[in-house]
Design a protein around this ligand. Structure first.
Ligand SMILES: Cc1cc2nc3c(=O)[nH]c(=O)nc-3n(C[C@H](O)[C@H](O)[C@H](O)COP(=O)(O)OP(=O)(O)OC[C@H]3O[C@@H](n4cnc5c(N)ncnc54)[C@H](O)[C@@H]3O)c2cc1C
Length: 269
């Protein structure tokens, strides 16, 4: 996969500080990919919603970033799955994109408090943009493995329909009833030729969430909301929900970067 930007830093392939390796990589588009990273030793337990920090040494320095785990804790022995967007500036993802299966990495964690409440019987509304869907996939996979599924609505916003990561699995869970999930994808640029043939919802998540709550009968007193990804989207969604009477403590948030720090030509999330 060719990089849209030239990163000539020399990646250290072997180092005693490495403790894990890439065991799987699947490119979805030029700028979105799934990576699976496995500890060389015993896996570390984590809760769905938490993140790991992964990195490589290049030019004498450890480049590392946090990533939400998308796989279930029960599968940790096989590795931790991450869903990542390439950000076209020379920092960590331009190194990550150059890694092949077998490359050693440093992985630490888990960390994070973006967690499910035990035995929460409310409807779960999972709202995300772009790669922010990752922790929700872990949450669904884990509650499925425990046979304790929760009534869930997954609202996922992207610019282009081919960026709807995990669409296949979500549609399958919904279609065959494996999981009580209602999958609501939305694309923010419906008129773009790349979205030709798209007949689903159109508009940013903050623009459609009001209708989604109305259409699906999501009541503030019976719904817990988790929002993950782009900080501006999180703030806007929260604003809409507050106006609809959702109490602040019914809304949990995971910001992937600080507000106001958008990358050049910022992608969806
Ligand atoms: C708790 C946590 C969990 C995260 N989980 C994920 C994840 O599962 N998948 C993932 O792709 N990223 C995730 N991130 C973001 C990730 O850590 C990196 O910031 C990102 O991969 C870009 O790394 P970078 O070194 O290339 O650029 P950085 O210097 O880290 O970021 C530069 C800029 O890139 C933009 N940016 C960062 N992340 C994204 C993104 N995901 N989509 C679009 N633009 C972005 C922001 O404007 C940011 O200011 C997470 C961040 C946090 C804090």
């Amino acid at each position: 996969m060719s990089l849209p930007i030239d990163d000539s830093r020399v990646i250290v392939t072997a180092d005693e500080r490495y403790n894990a390796r890439v065991v799987e990589r699947r490119d979805e588009t030029e700028t979105l990919a799934y990576f699976k990273v496995r500890f060389d030793g015993e896996p570390v337990p984590f809760d769905p919603g938490q993140y790991m920090t992964i990195g490589v040494f290049a030019d004498e320095k450890l480049w590392q970033r946090p990533y939400s785990v998308a796989s279930a804790p029960t599968d940790a022995a096989d590795g931790y799955e991450f869903y990542v967007r390439l950000v076209p500036i020379i920092r960590f993802t331009t190194l990550l994109w150059r890694l092949q299966v077998g490359q050693q990495m440093r992985m630490t964690g888990p960390k994070g408090r973006f967690l499910l409440e035990p035995d929460d019987r409310r409807t779960h509304l999972f709202v995300s943009t772009g790669t922010g869907i990752a922790p929700f996939i872990s949450m669904i996979r884990e509650t499925l493995a425990q046979r304790k599924p929760r009534r869930t609505v997954v609202l996922h916003g992207v610019s282009y329909a081919d960026e709807l990561g995990y669409r296949d699995v979500l549609e399958r869970w919904e279609r065959d009833g494996t999981y009580p999930v209602r999958y609501v994808p939305t694309v923010s640029r419906p008129a773009d030729p790349r979205n030709a043939g798209w007949d689903g919802r159109a508009g940013r998540v903050e623009a459609v969430i009001g209708d989604v709550c109305k259409d699906l009968g999501l009541r503030p007193d019976r719904t817990v909301v988790y929002i993950c990804g782009n900080p501006d989207m999180i703030l806007n969604v929260e604003g809409v929900l507050m106006n609809r009477g959702f109490p602040e403590f019914h809304v949990k948030k995971e910001l992937y970067w600080p507000k106001g720090k958008d990358a050049p030509a910022a992608p969806a999330g």
